[in-house]
Write a protein that binds this ligand. Structure first.
Ligand SMILES: O=C(O)CCC(=O)C(=O)O
Ligand SMILES: [Fe+2]
Length: 316
């Protein structure tokens, strides 16, 4: 039987794959929804006590200037709070969430980053693939947990069902100067994605969640944060980003996607184990060479890498 080298839930042969699995009616509905829409919402998965403990930690520590924290934070969000908060870490590795992700992707999830929000991000539409991509593709997802009720007014996450089926856009499809882009060009990416949403006429949904509700979204679904319309309102939440085992992990935004010089995320830490994440291509370690700037060219066909090429870097 022909199989595709993508997560089974995003496979073009999804129906066939589904038939091979022995799933309950409830699991079947969940994976079908995820396949069709690119996201699912689940209530009652996480105990209220864990939600409340996480929220309390975020309120009393993450945004308390007296609480010293090494990880990056600004007025609206803090990155990798799991490193200093047991509750945040427990939520990121909550077994029922990990089980759900394993069901959807058929591989062990690797939680690698948390973001905790105090207020709405008001972030423009984007796909997470531009920041977090994998080889093979699409082995990444986001899990967003409401730590309080989310309303129309406090900047709910929005998303466009079906947009996960689009190509994974990077600058090669967007700009003639794709060989020479950086984060300074991010606005051009956002303008492009907004127009893509318009011309495809995707529906728009908002995650108007009850405290404790969980939203799982696939790497390529277009999403963002709605405007905050009630001044001063909070939007306590935690999002954890997951890769899946046995991939290479890279950031297209920092890569040269024309010459395929990939910016590999070589220092990822698995939140569950605290260990550095091993990178392989479906379990196989590939040769790659460094061009000196933390950029890597996957280069498995040349074995061993000729010395001269190591210095040429960009030539092939
Ligand atoms: O929470 C939000 O408003 C958006 C977060 C987001 O885009 C992400 O975590 O990938
Ligand atoms: Fe995102």
């Amino acid at each position: 039987m022909i199989q595709a080298n993508v997560p089974w839930v995003e496979s073009p042969f999804f129906e066939e794959e589904l038939e091979k699995k022995n799933l309950s009616a409830e699991q079947k509905k969940l994976v079908q929804d995820y396949h069709n829409d690119g996201y699912v919402v689940i209530s009652g998965l996480v105990p209220e006590s864990l939600i409340d403990r996480t929220r309390e930690d975020v309120e009393t520590k993450a945004f308390n200037p007296d609480f010293e924290i090494k990880t990056h934070r600004d007025h609206s969000r803090i990155q990798d709070f799991w490193m200093v908060s047991d509750a945040s870490k427990e939520l990121a590795i909550f077994p029922k969430i990990l089980d759900m992700l394993e069901l959807l992707y058929g591989r062990e999830p690797v939680p690698f980053q948390t973001l905790n929000f105090r207020v709405g991000s008001q972030q423009r539409a984007h796909s997470d693939t531009i920041h977090f991509s994998s080889l093979p593709a699409r082995f990444m997802c986001g899990v967003w947990v409401a730590l309080e009720d989310i309303t129309e007014e406090n900047g709910p996450v929005f998303y466009h069902p079906g947009s996960h089926r689009l190509p994974e856009y990077d600058f090669t499809q967007i700009k003639e100067t794709a060989h020479d882009t950086s984060y300074d060009d991010y606005k051009d990416y956002e303008d492009f994605i907004e127009k893509i949403v318009q011309v495809n006429n995707f529906p728009k949904r908002k995650f108007l969640a009850k405290k404790g509700d969980v939203l799982i979204w696939s790497s390529n679904i277009i999403h963002g944060g709605s405007p905050v319309t009630k001044e001063g309102s909070t939007r306590y939440s935690q999002v954890t980003h997951y890769f899946f085992k046995d991939c290479y992990y890279y950031t297209p935004m920092l890569s040269n996607m024309v010459t395929k010089e990939l910016y590999l995320r070589t220092s990822l830490v698995n939140i569950k184990t605290g260990e550095k994440v091993e990178q392989t291509y479906n379990g196989k370690k590939l040769n790659y060479i460094s061009t000196g700037n933390n950029l890597f060219i996957l280069n498995d066909r040349l074995k061993p890498v000729p010395k001269s090429l190591k210095f040429l870097g960009k030539v092939f």
